[in-house]
Design a protein around this ligand. Structure first.
Ligand code: C5P
Length: 226
């Protein structure tokens, strides 16, 4: 297992990915975007024409697909059957259907297993998702939970969409709130802070301020000589 495991959980568009990437760079750690794992299984299942509500079919798709996650220092590339699909994973169809994959217990179990294998091969990792501090890495060295007001998260998500994808701020916010609800309400690996997580509200902070804050906590708790 990695010497240093930092987990960052939180709701959609709370800034987890960007913060995790930048924090990983500062720490010389690899970055694991677990949302991309749920997304690539969603993409594989859609392409295979599977019934997304049928866990057996999802497991079959997983068995028949070849997934590869390549850890770069500040990004993660995702390959499906040998093709780089990183750019496809943010498509709306994938985002809208990921909840089926996220609520299938055996699929989650497999993905958590893959996340632990990834951690076993890296020296230091910063991993982000919904259940990293509660399920996948309950013994992590330090755990964060990022939050932000839904309206602010919608504003940030809209700003990163190409030409806004033609969506209004209200539509983006209602999509985000629907995803939050489905993430919070599922029986397995629900979205919630670990008991020992440091909760950081990022509503009024910019990315650099959040990264500096988290880096400060990591230095204090984990990097004795840093
Ligand atoms: O973080 P991102 O938006 O890329 O995640 C895509 C979907 O994958 C989320 O809506 C969530 O339902 C699911 N997910 C999860 N557990 C994780 C990471 C993501 O259930 N650890």
């Amino acid at each position: 297992m990695a010497d240093l495991i930092v987990t960052i959980d939180g709701p959609a568009a709370s800034g987890k990915s960007t913060v995790a990437r930048l924090l990983a760079r500062k720490l010389g750690a690899s970055f694991l975007d677990t949302g991309a794992m749920y997304r690539v299984v969603t993409l594989a299942a859609i392409r295979a024409g599977a019934d997304l509500s049928d866990q057996r079919q999802l497991l079959d798709v997983m068995d028949e697909s070849e997934f590869k996650f390549s850890a770069e220092q500040d990004k993660m590339l995702v390959f499906l059957d040998g093709t780089d699909v990183t750019e496809r994973l943010r498509d709306r169809q994938v985002t809208d259907n990921a909840r089926y994959i996220a609520s299938a217990p055996k699929v989650r179990q497999k993905l958590v297993g893959m996340q632990r294998v990834f951690a076993a091969t890296e020296l230091k990792i910063v991993t982000e998702g919904r259940d990293q501090g509660t399920v996948a890495f309950a013994d992590a060295d330090i755990k964060f939970f990022l939050t932000a007001e839904p309206a602010e998260r919608a504003r940030r998500r809209l700003a990163e969409m190409p030409a806004g994808d033609g969506l209004s701020l209200e539509q983006v916010q209602s999509d985000i709130e629907r995803r939050d609800k489905s993430d919070r309400d599922r029986a397995v690996g629900p979205l919630k802070p670990a008991d020992d997580a440091i909760v950081v509200d990022t509503t009024d902070l910019n990315i650099d301020e959040v990264v500096d804050k988290l880096f400060g906590f990591v230095k204090e708790k984990c990097l004795k000589d840093g």
